[in-house]
Design a protein around this ligand. Sequence first.
Ligand SMILES: NC(=O)c1ccc[n+]([C@@H]2O[C@H](COP(=O)([O-])OP(=O)(O)OC[C@H]3O[C@@H](n4cnc5c(N)ncnc54)[C@H](OP(=O)(O)O)[C@@H]3O)[C@@H](O)[C@H]2O)c1
Length: 253
Amino acid sequence: MKLKNKIVLITGGGTGIGKATAFLFAKEGAKVVITGRREQILQEAVDEAKTENLEIDYVRSDISKEEDCKAAVEYMVGKFGRIDILFNNAGVLYRAITHETTTEQWINTFNVNVRGMYFMSKYTIPHMLKQDYGVIVNNSSILGLKASPGFAAYNSSKGAVNQLTRSMALEYADKGIRVNAICLGTVYTPLADDMFEQWGDKEAAREHYISVHPIGRLAEPEEIAHAVLFLCDDNIKFMTGTMLSVDGGLSAK
Ligand SMILES: NC(=O)c1ccc[n+]([C@@H]2O[C@H](COP(=O)([O-])OP(=O)(O)OC[C@H]3O[C@@H](n4cnc5c(N)ncnc54)[C@H](OP(=O)(O)O)[C@@H]3O)[C@@H](O)[C@H]2O)c1
């Protein structure tokens, strides 16, 4: 078991990549708490985990609200006394070119993808400093490394995620806290499904995204969970400040 008794908080853990990571981490011996806004989705994930003999807990938390982020961290520390791993995973995506992006879409993208990540990190890091130990993984995107037309707010927010990752990695490198990001290609999740839907012709969108990935397919959330596990493994503790591409070869183009 690679994460035996590690205390893990995963934002947006009720669906997609967050949920797959929660299940894998629980299988690897971690005590996992997932967050999200929709209580029913979180409860369903917890119930499904039980059917696999995995114990996962949840806290309802909207990461665009500072008080919710603080409360989620306090819940962890109250229950377990520490936080070893924070997977800043929650995110939103709107498909729109710059001048057609609504102000509300722009603000919400940054509130969730960047500000929420900052709040979660801000309240978690003091506990990691006390422990002289912590691992933070930020869910970025290939679109944080390269721009793609039609995703102005998302491209910008994930670029900010990468710079926040580098900043935090440098600030805490000699304090036992490692901070890395994953930069993903397209993964079959509700977020990707919604992106295909926003394209207009869903099937054509799916085919298009498959065709741009050199590997000739899209990823499953479980594959991404293994990349997050790799970054959280203490055997790789020389690794910090890295943007790890997990993208079927997309960034090599
Ligand atoms: N799928 C891809 O192709 C892809 C590619 C690159 C990067 N990513 C990144 O992967 C991460 C996870 O996305 P996913 O693909 O797994 O899609 P997903 O299943 O839609 O997951 C997004 C999660 O974020 C949560 N969330 C959204 N707004 C929130 C808020 N205000 N507060 C708390 N939680 C919130 C959602 O839960 P609630 O709605 O219940 O709050 C949901 O569980 C995102 O950061 C995304 O940018 C995905």
